[in-house]
Design a protein around this ligand. Sequence first.
Ligand code: NAD
Length: 358
Amino acid sequence: MAYTITLIPGDGIGPDVTEATVRVLEATGVEFHWDLAFAGDRAQDIYGTPLPNYLFDSVRKNKLALKGPITTPVGSGFRSVNVALRKELDLYVCLRPCKSYPGAPSIYKDADIVVVRENTEDLYMGIEFRGVEAARLVRFIEDESGDRVKPDSNFSIKAISASASRRIVRYAFDYARKNGRRKVTAVHKANILKYTDGLFLSTAAEVARHYPDIEFETTIVDSMCMQLVRAPQRHDILVLPNLYGDIVSELCAGLIGGLGLAPGANIGDDIAVFEPTHGSAPKYTGQNKVNPMAMMLSGVMMLRYIGETEAADRVESAIAKVIAEGKSVTYDMKADRNDPTAVGTSQVADEVIKKMKE
Ligand code: NAD
């Protein structure tokens, strides 16, 4: 069976890591038809918009996409092209596993955390006020609550709903069951944000009651950051509202050796877009320099999602071997970032393919 996948190479380092990943995925023997689509800067140049209709048509038709990082073009009218893409396709789960591989540049040896970030609401809805509207809000707040807000304030609205909280927490528990995980921790700041994070927390506790086989824990986000840095191995699945999820997933990427090793996926009810956690790192554009492993591991997630488990295992163990050997790795995997023995993006792909064939 051949899979048709929308392929979005992206901007900056996107095309380099995408090319490397496509070669590795094709070397598994699984058959893919790639439906090429552009987004971000590249699409802006070609179509005059960073999110052309063709992109949405293709992802909706194929239900699966492999995506490189994209840059939001200045003046395109988008706050973030990525956020707009996730919103339009209702990709409400941002799934970011962070796992230690022996040989990775990290002091932690046994982290295996899965970050489940809510992807559609919270401060990322982009509801902001300034100027006359902000002044009106200042007066409204004073009239309604008696609280004094500085008259020169701007506002960003944090919206958290029971329905979005429920579906993300359910996803985290279902993921735990499907993947033999033991514990889900809901991360929040409900001691301060009683109505928004308070709602997330109470909804999480309500959902947890339906999963008695999975341990449920709650932790305040600042305490979670400290715990993660001290003992990441104590944590399993973390479920978080959008902003904390964004921040904590980069923290977790740091724990396992950096952005070059942090894969991800944005998932909705029937569509999934696989992409690394990192951005388009424009300064390395076209240099064949950065680490393609985060994108390759996103490809591994895609293989597992479509049920090609054996191919996924083969790619992941080949990547693990390359990391453990420490020879054919990019600069970010070396103790000294200027190490002259670091190889380029495409040489990493060559080595992973070689290991898959051994
Ligand atoms: P970034 O992740 O692109 O880069 C930060 C730094 O991390 C880089 O300078 C580099 O040193 C390192 N890095 C990132 N990926 C790496 C890799 N694969 N191998 C080795 N080192 C790597 O973050 P940024 O500089 O804040 O953002 C650059 C652009 O990317 C912005 O336009 C931003 O909007 C966009 N972005 C896109 C996505 C996405 O498409 N999903 C996600 C985040 C940021």
